[in-house]
Ligand binder design. Sequence first.
Ligand code: SAM
Length: 373
Amino acid sequence: MATLRVPCVLSRRLAVAADVQLGLTGRGLCAEPRIQPGPRPSQQSQIKQNRQKQICLPALKHFDEKYHQELGELWDKAREVLLNPSSWQYAVLLNRFCPSELLEKHLQSQKYYNFLQIALPFLQHSLRCYISRTQCRYPKQRHQNERLKQYYLLNAASLLPVLALGIQDGECVLDMCAAPGGKSVAILQCSTPGHLLCNEPDNLRYKWLQQTLDSFVPEDVKRSIISVTQRDGRYFGSHLPEMYDKVLVDAPCSNDRSWLFSSDLFQTCTRIAHRPKLPTLQRQLLRSGVNALRPGGSLVYSTCTLSHAENDDVVSSLLNSCDNIQAVDLTELSCALSHDFTFAKGIQHGLLIVPERSKTWGPLYVSKLCKLH
Ligand SMILES: C[S@@+](CC[C@H](N)C(=O)[O-])C[C@H]1O[C@@H](n2cnc3c(N)ncnc32)[C@H](O)[C@@H]1O
């Protein structure tokens, strides 16, 4: 029997109390949880303390200046959430390749609900993602060789690019900036592409991506429909033009959540100094994605930053220079999801999810583009 511990942010003592013990299912492929009671209420405040992270003040000052100007009062709400990691919510995306009724029952008993079943009922049989209104965090599952994981923990907002992409079975798909692989996993939960190319140039993150795929996707599926490459995303547009039905450019960006808690001051100052250069790379990746798209195909551009310069401005610059690309209206999707996500107003070419109290998902920007000819 294998033992899986709750995340390292919890103290060792409390982690023992919340252990999840794993046994093997009949087929011996999936890890089936036998879940013991979590920490007692008196232990909850201790957990919260252990989750305290150090705020990086130069990053906060920089964000305050920029985002107050761009978002006004909405920044105050987002700021409150971003500075309080114990309020962050985590969604549990189930792995359809390793189904478990027991796990779903346990989630329901913990007051988790399948939010997409309610918001987008036509998707209920594919993308099953559980969220809870409370600030609980389901334990992570550790990677174990040759065993599939049953679920992936993620920020529920990061499903939006995959939902917007609307991949049909059999389509040829490029996930251009794929590591650590959350969106590749989500793509495979709601569709069976004819071919899915997952790309990541960074060496360490490439390995992380491979491990994610190993953990969530059966060998035969990987062999038959997935390839993993380690290229600069700018390669695809010039070398594989008009190859893909769907392209996801989940671009490298100034990740607001992680920048705020970086403990490396030098790294933060370097990041802030180099921040104005990011849109150039983002524009190049977006253009490469568009070139790799076949006529009639569609592309989703997404980031996990609130920055206007890295979001709408990047899409604007493409739209201004290409007459065969059109932004797709995502209002229907935002209306369907407005119960669970807060969307900023006035976004020109897409949607921006802004975290606020009790709906702490995001930041996430998404724009969908269609190639007309
Ligand atoms: C926001 S993360 C992607 C997250 C991923 N899509 C997921 O859902 O797990 C952006 C990724 O882009 C990668 N990246 C950086 N420069 C790139 C480039 N020139 N071409 C392609 N990917 C790049 C980064 O290493 C990083 O892993």
